[in-house]
Structures are given as C-alpha cells and as structure tokens.
Write a protein that binds this ligand. Sequence first.
Ligand code: 13P
Length: 250
Amino acid sequence: MRKNIVAGNWKMNLNAEQTRALISELASVQLPENTRVLVAPPFVNLSAALEAAAHSSVEVMAQNMHQAESGAYTGEVSASMLTHLGVKTVVLGHSERRSYFGETDALLAQKVQTALNHHMEVVFCFGEELAERENNTHFEVVASQLKNALFALPASTWSSIVLAYEPVWAIGTGLTASSAQAQEMHAFIRQTIAEAYSASLAQEVSILYGGSVKANNAAELFGQPDVDGGLIGGASLVAADFKGIIDGLR
Ligand code: 13P
C-alpha cells in the first residue's frame, strides 16, 4: 500500500541550531499509521539534521544533488557524499532548480539515474506554470515532464520514486490549487503512469501535492483519493504549522 507523506522543503532557510530545534519539536509528533515525515534542510545542515532526527521517525532528505559521481564541479554535492552521511532521499526537479538554475528534464533524468544507482529514493517535483494552466496545456506539460525525466526507468525502480506535483503558480504565492484541481491532476498523473507501466504500479506510487499547503487547507487536499500528502515550503518552517499539516493526514 502506498504511503502518506508530509515532507518539508526548507529551501535556503534556518541555520544549524534552528534546524536542530525544529526537528526536535517534530520528533515528538505521533504519526498516523502508514505515514512518513521528511524534512529537507540545505546541505550544510544535513549532519545537524541527521543527529537531531536520530531515534525519531523524522527522515532527512537533501534538496538537490549533482549527476556526476565526483570531479571538478565547484560548489556541488554528489550522491555518495549524501549516502555516506546517512541521507537516503533526495528532492530533484524542484521548480526553483528548474527556473533559477536551468535544470531541464534531460538533466533531471541523469540526476534521477545517479540517485537510483546509489540506492537513494527520489522525490521528483514537476508542475505547470501559470501561463500553461491558462492556455489549458497543463496536462500536456505534466505528462511530458514525467515522460522525459522518468519513463525510461525500468518498472522495478519505481518503488524508489515519490512524485510531488507542484503547480508553479501555487508555490509561495498563497494561491493553493483547489482540492478539485489537485485531485484532477493527481488522477491524471496516476493514469499516465498506468499507461506507461501498469495500473498496479501506478497504485503504489505516492503522489504529493505542493504549493501553499497550510494547516487550514491540508486536510481537504490530503482527503482527495489520489493526493497522498504534501511537499511543504513556508509552512514547514514553523513547528506548529507543520504539525497542523501532519494532522491533515489523520
Ligand atoms: P510553499 O509551501 O511555500 O508554497 O512552497 C511549496 C514548495 O515549493 C515545496 O517544495
């Protein structure tokens, strides 16, 4: 059975001390059955995060990773560096990586492959921009992002893939997709995976929604049959708000 997941993307926020403090608060939360909670601090705070999360059910993931094994890539971080620390999951394809750092589907396909080669789990982010929704090309855009970055993978690797649909127009804007819009797109994503692979594989993939999820809209979004939790930005930086969002899974 696919898992329900609430994941916090802390982006470029919090120092090591604040990271430890926030994880300590989250560590006391009793999770509902079949549920995971993950947080993604910046690279420099991963060690502090792993220490603070040890012996708790909070899992720590990275926000990004380079596709190469090692080499002359100043400022970058490799999969083996992450796994050596104890990081088992990496977020790839976030819209901020795509738009500010020029990450393309082709590059992301390489990053995903590298992560899988290192037995890491991938939280793969994708989603349309506002103009694409307004043009009514959002389904096409999402299908092509999935196809270009993921559909060359063998079915056996999909147990290490979590999807995060994040419509760009909803990220950090306070404009959440309605629960009907989220469900419509998540059902389309699951159907697209079923067509590329099989219905049973599609049923096992957790598909998270991201974009202005807050404690007051989480339960309705997460209550949709194809929404298996969320990837949270701003509201994951405040313990009470993030806990409220986790409560949305109950
Ligand atoms: P917000 O929750 O701040 O809209 O950010 C969503 C996001 O980008 C998570 O990756």
